[in-house]
Ligand binder design. Structure first.
Ligand SMILES: C[S@@+](CC[C@H](N)C(=O)[O-])C[C@H]1O[C@@H](n2cnc3c(N)ncnc32)[C@H](O)[C@@H]1O
Length: 227
């Protein structure tokens, strides 16, 4: 069953004194997501940005396995930014940067993306469990930024539940979708066809769909026309 999280990162271990949040979803999702990322990242170097990092646990876990890659977590929620900062300090990894404050509904993402203090052109963008728990304009801003900042050989990994051709892929996703829309009419499980249209408007194209546990998917996107 997909996750619906209002107060994200408060359903795992109690909040640590330094602000580290623990999300139950992290413990379920990080290994399957890593299995997909690893295939692409292995042997490569560069900057990878996670959009909507939440607690920061994913970035720290992935960074431990990829010393040649610099990880840039981001979020807009204050408690999440604090938690990411605390997880980064706790891990003490040299390849995790302080979190960027990115509101994904802004297509420019943040000033650091263009003033030289942020990442270089991105080897990868990762976004997990965000676009169905946010208005569609967040997906629009996410794709605008990915289209602008992704390297020509880069990949954009989008994890979550999705509809295919207007149909839910499982009853649990349909129930989840209803609960999302009841909470906020602007939220909801997105259709792959709408995501593909958005991708194409931003110079991106769907390369692969990877089945994940609990009726989730990873959509792997790259630049249109690139390798
Ligand atoms: C369900 S949590 C997922 C967190 C993390 N990606 C994970 O999978 O563990 C959704 C995250 O999206 C973030 N988010 C929601 N709207 C956003 C926006 N407009 N800009 C950036 N982040 C946003 C929330 O603050 C939260 O951290």
């Amino acid at each position: 069953m997909a996750e619906f999280v209002v107060e994200f990162g408060k359903d795992g271990r109690p909040v640590e004194a330094d602000g580290r949040l623990d999300a139950a979803a992290f413990h379920r999702n990080h290994q399957p997501i890593w299995a997909v990322l690893q295939k692409f990242l292995e042997g490569k170097s560069g900057d990878v940005l996670e959009a909507g990092s939440g607690t920061g646990q994913h970035v720290v876990f992935f960074a431990r396995h990829t010393p040649d890659i610099t990880w840039w977590p981001s979020d807009l929620n204050e408690q999440h930014l604090k938690s990411i900062t605390a997880w980064r300090a706790h891990a003490g990894l040299p390849n995790v940067r302080p979190p960027l404050r990115i509101d994904l509904s802004d297509p420019a993402w943040c000033k650091e993306m263009s003033d030289g203090s942020g990442p270089s052109k991105l080897l990868a963008v990762l976004c997990a469990n965000v676009i169905h728990i946010a208005p569609w304009r967040v997906a629009e801003g996410l794709f605008a930024g990915a289209g602008r900042y992704l390297r020509s050989d880069g990949r954009f990994f989008l994890y979550g539940p999705f509809k295919r051709d207007g149909q839910h892929t499982a009853l649990s996703n349909a129930v989840f979708d209803t609960s999302l829309r009841e909470s906020n009419p602007e939220w909801g499980v997105r259709d792959i066809a709408d995501v593909e249209q958005l991708a194409s408007r931003n110079g991106l194209a769907l390369r692969e769909i990877v089945n994940m546990p609990a009726n989730n998917l990873i959509l792997v996107l790259g630049r249109s026309g690139a390798d």
